[in-house]
Design a protein around this ligand. Structure first.
Ligand code: PLP
Length: 413
């Protein structure tokens, strides 16, 4: 092992996306927020800030339609609702995700069917999706985990061959791309989150994108209680919620959007710098995007080879935490299907609906069916990533990981 320099005597406080240290909220947001308040119009049905955010986001991505909404969860709900599925229809999705990507499916009466992930990326692939296709499959949710895009070409061609729409969950993947196309512009609908910990934030918030005029109209309505604003004879056309973003959030969002591309570029260059510093450590697998993909590093996820580091995930994470690096061993502690909402079917009263509509196959969560998922979760450590890290912060993290790996090897020897 090379000499460690400088030795880690002191713990550095790294910028955190949970407060001002790791967020780009500043004068620009304050100024637009003041403008919004001065108008006295805080609802997006009358104001201009949310509309501006939508227009700018759709032109940034080059997609025809974008609608802001209350959260990433609401965005996924809009996407599923726009497809107007039948209760009991199946939607293939990933067990390594945020519950906000799953709960809306159950609320909409459809069955989340979990496909396995590939270990290298923790993402679904066309192959793992294919294993779960059934005559009831009516949509696929492709989640670009940690900012690393799924192999969309394969997934889209599988989906097209069966006539099934793909929803992209881009909550962790603003401005990521695959073969020159941004995520959120390739599938039928893209879903984004503006929650506190995402690439940019309005505290809470979400955006949906689509090139399809019919889906766009249904999503706009779904955000607005399906009330036909501006129509000659408006009505509540179907069951829908109030998922609007307020003008206060819209104003902050407009200012944040200006900072998005710089934040993404900085995250990528910092991540590349860390990767270069860690490349020679045996048994630590660094994040790698496919050559055609742009990984936007929501998190920096490393994989630990258990042959070299038995108990490496726990011991290395513990070591990093002692250094003030909020590393998350295993990312989420268990696959989503091990959470009570799925394992005990806790939904509406005692009804277990919509699980009562599902086939046994769709609800088969036995571990043998998810080798990639368990292997992936058992082996990863998720390092918080931030565009406000300095080069020194990256050095500090690199040294800490090198030390942690060295200590883990010594312990194992
Ligand atoms: C954050 C997140 C969501 C939910 O977004 P909220 O704004 O927290 O509701 C959905 N999917 C993924 C992959 C996420 O990371």
């Amino acid at each position: 092992m090379p000499e460690l320099s400088p030795p880690l005597n002191t713990v550095i406080a790294l910028p955190s996306d949970q407060d001002a240290t790791g967020r780009s909220l500043g004068n620009e947001e304050m100024a637009l927020l003041a403008d919004a308040i001065a108008t006295g119009t805080l609802t997006s049905t009358k104001g201009a800030f949310v509309r501006t955010l939508q227009e700018r986001f759709s032109s940034l991505l080059g997609v025809e339609h974008a609608y802001a909404c209350a959260s990433g969860t609401a965005a996924v709900h809009c996407a599923i609702a726009a497809l107007d599925l039948e209760p009991g229809d199946e939607v293939i999705t990933t067990p390594i995700t945020d519950m906000g990507a799953l709960a809306p499916l159950l609320y909409q009466g459809v069955i989340p069917v979990f496909a396995d992930v590939e270990v290298a990326s923790c993402n679904l692939t066309a192959r793992t999706i294919e294993q779960r296709l059934s005559p009831r499959t009516k949509a696929i949710v492709a989640t670009h985990l940690f900012g690393n895009p799924c192999d969309m070409e394969d997934i889209l061609s599988l989906a097209a061959s069966r006539g099934i729409p793909v929803i992209e969950d881009c909550a962790q993947a603003f401005m990521a791309s695959d073969r020159g196309r941004y995520v959120g512009t390739m599938g039928a609908v893209g879903c984004f989150s503006l929650q506190q910990g995402k690439h940019i934030t309005t505290g809470e918030g979400g955006i949906v994108t689509t090139a399809d005029a019919k889906l766009a109209r249904r999503m706009e309505l779904f955000i607005n209680k399906a009330w036909g604003y501006g129509d000659p004879a408006p009505d509540h056309y179907f069951l829908a919620l109030n998922y609007r973003m307020s003008e206060l959030q819209g104003a902050v969002g407009v200012a944040q959007l200006e900072k998005l591309e710089a934040a993404v570029a900085r995250r990528i260059s910092l991540a590349n710098a860390l990767t270069a510093k860690l490349e020679d450590i045996e048994g630590i697998v660094l994040p790698l995007a496919r050559p055609t993909a742009r990984h936007v590093y929501w998190k920096y996820c490393i994989r630990v080879d258990s042959a070299l580091y038995p108990d490496g995930v726990s011991s290395i994470s513990r070591f990093l935490k002692e250094r003030g690096i909020a590393a998350a061993p295993r990312y989420i502690q268990k696959p989503a299907f091990r959470c009570a909402v799925f394992s005990e079917q806790r939904t509406f009263g005692k009804s277990r609906w919509p699980f009562t509509l599902a086939t046994p196959e769709a609800l088969d969560y036995s571990a043998e069916r998810f080798p990639g998922t368990f292997a992936a979760l058992d082996g990863i450590i998720v390092v918080p990533w931030n565009d406000r890290y300095s080069d020194e912060h990256v050095d500090y993290i690199a040294t800490a990981i090198r030390e942690a790996a060295g200590a883990a090897v010594r312990r194992a020897a």
